[in-house]
Design a protein around this ligand. Structure first.
Ligand SMILES: *Cc1c(COP(=O)(O)O)cnc(C)c1O
Length: 346
């Protein structure tokens, strides 16, 4: 998906054909420099989240595991990094018109909170059957919520129309260079704290987190193997990496609601195909068991999608024996009743 909305340069900007052209690789090619710039922009706004270890996790896996805990990030997930970075780069005209996005999950809250901190308006397009709690949290951060019927309406078309009518800048959940650069700051902080690693395991949905973290790994720990982990029911990323092109699938049925995407993004795939070594999958049962492990042993609430990377290490999907392994825990937003249900059944 690409943003076809012309960038307004000021009230009297004259639009030329190039304003409507699809971005080309030369103007969007991302590098580690973009992650350094993002780190500067989010500093003071985003938390520098803790890196935790667990001797039980090490004993179970046979490796030395370092958990980067983005469940302790603002609004409860790494998505704050990318959203805040994207908004921090707005010019005056963009700030005046505000930001727009479509998301039923953590990106909605990330955009609403970042917009509030930046003092600009935000509009979030959410499915009418989105969990009431998420709609409430987004409104509490000051976001205007517009609902649509996910079975009959196309959220991207609504997004494009609203962004044209209102002049608001559309910041999608993953397929955007500034979002990718922001997400990469999580791995940058991890490498800065623990040094070089043998393996980095990253949760994969649309590929914002994985692409950003891969760029950071290549710069800060060049020989580190970067592995994306997605739910078994939705292995479009794995298929895409193997095929060398983006593969589309039906909406996967999985408890990992943050990874229920049908395809990875274009900007994301461009980075992933060059810098990611492998993509593996884990089952919902392995995710639920990992949630229970985090709760029982590390006293942490981690949402199902946040368990993807850890599940691959703890269940031997990736061989981590004798290795130094970084694991990004991506978020901790899960309803208490849902949490109780999943860990009890695990
Ligand atoms: C969005 C999200 C993901 C997936 O991130 P992508 O950048 O789309 O790959 C993983 N975990 C959590 C908690 C998320 O909110």
């Amino acid at each position: 998906m690409s943003d076809l909305t012309p960038k307004l340069r000021g009230p009297f900007a004259i639009l030329s054909a190039s304003d409507f052209r699809e971005p080309t690789m030369t103007d969007t090619a991302l590098s580690y420099r973009d992650i350094e710039l993002a780190a500067g922009l989010i500093q003071g706004a985003a938390h520098r989240t803790p890196v935790l270890t667990s001797s039980t996790a090490n004993a179970l896996s046979g490796g030395t595991l370092f958990f980067k805990c983005e469940n302790y990030q603002r609004m409860g997930a790494f998505k704050f990094r990318g959203a805040y970075n994207a908004i921090a780069k707005f010019d005056g005209a963009q700030r005046a018109a505000g930001v727009l996005t479509f998301s039923s999950g953590n990106h909605a809250q990330a955009i609403a909170l970042s917009a509030k901190l930046a003092g600009i308006k935000s509009t979030i397009i959410m499915p009418s059957d989105a969990p009431a709690l998420k709609v409430k949290a987004t409104r509490e951060y000051g976001g205007e919520v517009i609902t649509y019927d996910r079975y009959t309406e196309d959220r991207e078309a609504i997004g494009r129309r609203l962004s044209q009518e209102r002049g608001m800048t559309l910041i999608p959940p993953y397929d955007h260079p500034d979002v990718i650069a922001g997400q990469g700051t999580a791995a940058k902080e991890l490498f800065e704290e623990v040094g070089e690693l043998d393996v980095l395991l990253v949760c994969l949905g649309g590929g914002g987190l994985l692409a950003g973290c891969a760029l950071a790994a290549r710069a800060l720990s060049p020989s580190c193997k970067v592995i994306g982990v997605e739910p078994e029911a939705g292995n479009d990323g794995q298929q895409s990496l193997r095929k060398g092109e983006i593969v589309h699938i039906a909406v996967p049925k999985t408890i990992a609601d943050g990874a229920m995407v049908t395809h990875i993004g274009e900007h994301n795939f461009e980075v992933i195909r060059r810098h990611v070594d492998d993509i593996v999958t884990v089952t919902d049962a392995q995710l639920a068991q990992t949630m229970a492990f985090f709760a029982e042993r590390m006293k942490m609430v981690v949402e199902p999608t946040g368990c993807l990377g850890a599940a691959a290490a703890l269940h031997g999907v990736v061989d981590v024996k004798g290795k130094r392994v970084g694991i990004v825990i991506s978020g901790g937003n899960v309803d208490l009743s849902r949490f109780a249900e999943l860990v009890t059944a695990a």
